[in-house]
Design a protein around this ligand. Structure first.
Ligand code: ZN
Ligand code: ZN
Length: 320
């Protein structure tokens, strides 16, 4: 094929680029019938963009993916996890994965965090960004909490297989082992993962996604009586949601539960307030129980009465 001939129209070149994932090397496009002239014409036409020497992309690949390529790599670590649709903690910079033979390039507004070869893919000589690889990079780059939240999101969305979990676990330091025990596939949002992870640090275990008759499914139940809900897991509150939440709270209260509700801003940016509320509620309850035990003990001693046990109609009803 001569370089001055166009075997493909600009639209067809763009279609080939799309079939390659939206970003393609010159050699890949040429192998699919695009001559240099075709490529120049497609760029001139705006059907594709020449991001750097030898790399073409569709105009709609997104800012972060584009910036990663301009930097000399592809999205990596938390940026790749986010692009894959995982719930991730707020983070700074654009995390870019570079091959060991690559090099960083200057580009406008560069806030990139480079990741080189600390990843499984290079050891296997396979430079394809995957969810397990993004998680592996996150573990080393951002630590346990950010890793755990993204891991649970991957599990919930079925974006990581059991075999991939096993490989990932084998690759990470032992200090991550407990997170694989703690992780479940039931956390609908990272807010739930965060609550569970951070309460676990206090030795507080929670039951997640508990179905309570007349109330419905609640995010967490602590100690059999304290409901914790992470509100606003979507980006917006559905109409009537406030009312439905209040009704759930009322029904839960009727069964003897207390409910604490927290939103994204509190859980992510003001955890001390959330922690204080949960610990305070648990402490207050514990001291009420101690006080009531003392009072009952005193009454029994004075009157010689046996302690009374209140009947609980439902197994889920908390003991007061
Ligand atoms: Zn990173
Ligand atoms: Zn950069």
């Amino acid at each position: 094929m001569g370089d001055t001939q166009c075997m493909l129209t600009p639209v067809e070149v763009a279609a080939q680029c799309r079939s390659l994932g939206g970003v393609a090397r010159t050699a890949e496009l040429r192998a699919r019938g695009a001559s240099r002239h075709c490529l120049r014409r497609a760029v001139h036409d705006g059907s594709i963009e020449r991001l750097r020497e030898g790399i073409y992309a569709l105009p709609d690949i997104g800012q972060s993916r584009r910036a990663a390529i301009l930097h000399g790599g592809v999205l990596g670590c938390v940026s790749a996890a986010q692009a894959a649709g995982l719930w991730v903690m707020p983070f700074t910079g654009l995390h870019v994965w570079l091959t060991p033979t690559g090099h960083e390039r200057a580009h406008e507004d560069c806030q990139c965090v480079a990741h080189w070869s600390e990843a499984i893919a290079f050891r296997r000589n396979r430079a394809v960004m995957t969810v397990p690889l993004a998680l592996e990079q996150m573990a080393f780059c951002l630590g346990r909490e950010a890793f755990f939240v993204a891991l649970e999101s991957a599990l919930f969305q079925h974006k990581i297989s059991a075999a991939e979990i096993r490989s990932l676990r084998a690759l990470l330091p032992q200090g991550f082992d407990d997170l694989f025990h703690l992780a479940t596939a039931s956390a609908e949002s990272g807010l739930e993962s965060l609550i569970r992870y951070r309460l676990a640090a206090h030795g507080i275990t929670v039951r997640a996604q508990v179905v309570i008759p007349t109330v419905g499914r609640v995010d967490f139940v602590v100690d059999g009586w304290l409901i914790i809900e992470a509100d606003g897991k979507g980006n917006h509150e559905a109409p009537g949601q406030r009312h439905r939440d209040r009704r759930r709270d009322a029904r839960a209260a009727a069964l003897g539960y207390d409910t604490l509700r927290f939103d994204y801003a509190l859980i992510v940016h003001d955890w001390p307030s959330v922690e204080a509320a949960v610990l305070g509620a648990l402490r207050a309850r514990a001291s009420r129980i101690v006080a009531s035990e003392r009072m009952r003990g005193g009454t029994r001693r004075r009157k010689g009465l046996k302690p009374t046990v209140r009947a609980v109609a439902s197994a889920d009803r908390p003991q007061r």
